[in-house]
Structures are given as structure tokens and as C-alpha cells.
Design a binder for this molecule. Structure first.
Ligand SMILES: Cc1cc2nc3c(=O)[nH]c(=O)nc-3n(C[C@H](O)[C@H](O)[C@H](O)COP(=O)(O)OP(=O)(O)OC[C@H]3O[C@@H](n4cnc5c(N)ncnc54)[C@H](O)[C@@H]3O)c2cc1C
Length: 125
């Protein structure tokens, strides 16, 4: 995807990554849609790598976990849906099986008068 982490594995750790599949140009994964209940975000929009990466410093996860988001994982024609809190198994460890990728993220939309806001607090120098 954006190669923020992957790039460093190559330039800093000199890892040989073997064959890589780049999904950033898959039109179907670059869409954001919604119905009355759910916001559906394709894994090739800029949020996808942040979720799939499983980084403990990923900014979007606290908000997505609080909202009860789900990930749709895909391998060929087979898909399965997991709550985001079941997707992360440990430090940089996810439930992705071999050959599987994150296809979509489902985020329940706030109902009624509920408003959801999230802030990133950073040091300013
Ligand atoms: C210097 C540095 C600073 C950072 N700062 C922040 C920060 O301020 N806030 C923050 O939230 N995060 C930060 N991060 C971590 C952040 O989680 C990732 O950098 C970024 O969000 C990953 O997105 P990417 O698209 O660049 O992923 P990539 O680096 O391209 O990929 C990361 C991993 O996710 C996998 N992956 C990506 N998409 C999919 C998919 N659809 N299905 C399956 N696997 C997939 C890749 O194979 C790879 O293993 C930082 C990382 C670094 C190195």
C-alpha cells in the first residue's frame, strides 16, 4: 500500500521481501460507500494499510475499535468477516491467513443523537 512500514523494512533492515502484490490500483478496493447503518471503506483507500499493518502506534484503531468496526478478509472468492478486536492477535500480529488480504472495513454509523469525534494529541515543538 503506502509503503510507510514496508519501505523501511527494505531501506533500513535490508529485508528481501520476495514477490509483492500491490493492490493500490484495484478500483474495487479504492471505494468508500455507505448505507443507513454502515460506512464501507475499501482497503486501498489511505486507511487500509494503517489497519492491516497491526502497528501498536496506528492512529485509526482506537477510534475504529470504539465504533465496533469489522474487517472483511478475502482469499480468492472466499471472504470472512471479523470484528476488528479479533483481527489483532498480538504485537504486529494479525489473524490474516496465508494468501489472505484485507478487502474492506465496515464501520457502524452512529445512530440517533450520538456524535463521534476523535482527536490526536501530539507534542508540538
Ligand atoms: C516512521 C513511522 C511513523 C509512523 N507514524 C504513524 C503515525 O503517526 N500514526 C499512525 O497511525 N501510524 C504511524 N505509523 C505506522 C502506520 O501504521 C503505518 O506507517 C501506515 O499506516 C501503514 O500504511 P501503509 O499503507 O503505508 O502500509 P504499508 O507499509 O504499505 O504496509 C504495512 C503492512 O500492512 C500490510 N498490508 C497493507 N495493506 C494490506 C491489505 N489490504 N491486506 C493485507 N495486508 C496489507 C502490508 O503487507 C505490510 O505488511 C508510522 C510508521 C512509521 C514507520
Amino acid at each position: 500500500m503506502g509503503s510507510t512500514n514496508v519501505g523501511l523494512w527494505v531501506t533500513k533492515q535490508f529485508r528481501d521481501l520476495g514477490d509483492i502484490l500491490y493492490i493500490g490500483k484495484v478500483t474495487e478496493l479504492k471505494t468508500i460507500g455507505h448505507d443507513a447503518q454502515t460506512l464501507t471503506i475499501g482497503a486501498a483507500v489511505t486507511l487500509g494499510g494503517n489497519v492491516a499493518n497491526g502497528s501498536p502506534i496506528g492512529d485509526s484503531m482506537p477510534a475504529l475499535l470504539a465504533l465496533g468496526a469489522e474487517v472483511v478478509l478475502r482469499h480468492g472468492a472466499k471472504t470472512r468477516t471479523l470484528p476488528l478486536d479479533a483481527f489483532y492477535l498480538g504485537y504486529q500480529k494479525t489473524a490474516l491467513a496465508a494468501g489472505e488480504f484485507v478487502a474492506t472495513l465496515h464501520v457502524p454509523r452512529p445512530t440517533g443523537k450520538l456524535r463521534f469525534r476523535t482527536y490526536k494529541v501530539s507534542k508540538y515543538e
